[in-house]
Write a protein of this length. Structure first.
Ligand SMILES: [Zn+2]
Length: 154
């Protein structure tokens, strides 16, 4: 398949989504790889420019630094897209970004370290696998207290 066919598919997808493709990168990329089996589904980060590469997570960074990388408001943009057999990027939800010429960096666990495992039930912050589901001792204590009080209500 070639560019015009990909572009036609993307146009139709955006139209079907009534132009709202934000937050649909996973869905769109997965669907597109089904429509074009030669495409590969990829996930990672999109960066506005080369300098932003320094903000990428690393295996050796502290937990605190890693949390800020994935912060919903100020962190990097996590994204999904497709890759052609030639290694070209085909991004079905690129229209959500105002900036062009974005840099796509595929996630690699050995380079970027662990991905967030979920959210802390006490404060809602991102938590990583090594945290066992909760931020720290403080959140753990507060959450245990909350559960105890909730339990007492019944
Ligand atoms: Zn917490």
């Amino acid at each position: 398949m070639s560019k015009p066919e990909y572009n036609a598919w993307i146009e139709a997808y955006v139209e079907r989504s009534l132009g709202h493709v934000r937050g649909r990168c996973n869905n769109a990329s997965a669907e597109m790889t089904k429509a074009f089996p030669e495409l590969r589904y990829a996930t990672g980060f999109v960066l506005p420019d080369e300098q932003s590469r320094s903000e990428l997570p690393t295996v050796s960074m502290s937990l605190e630094a890693r949390c800020s990388v994935y912060d919903r408001d100020v962190g990097l943009t996590q994204h999904a897209w497709c890759v052609t057999p030639e290694g070209e990027i085909v991004d079905p939800t690129v229209s959500q970004f105002r900036k062009r010429d974005l840099i796509y960096v595929e996630y690699n666990a050995e380079v970027h370290g662990p991905l967030p495992a979920g959210k802390c039930p006490n404060c809602g912050n991102i938590v990583f696998p090594e945290q066992n589901g909760i931020c720290n001792e403080v959140c753990h204590r507060q959450f245990a207290e909350y559960l105890r009080k909730e339990g007492a209500r019944f």
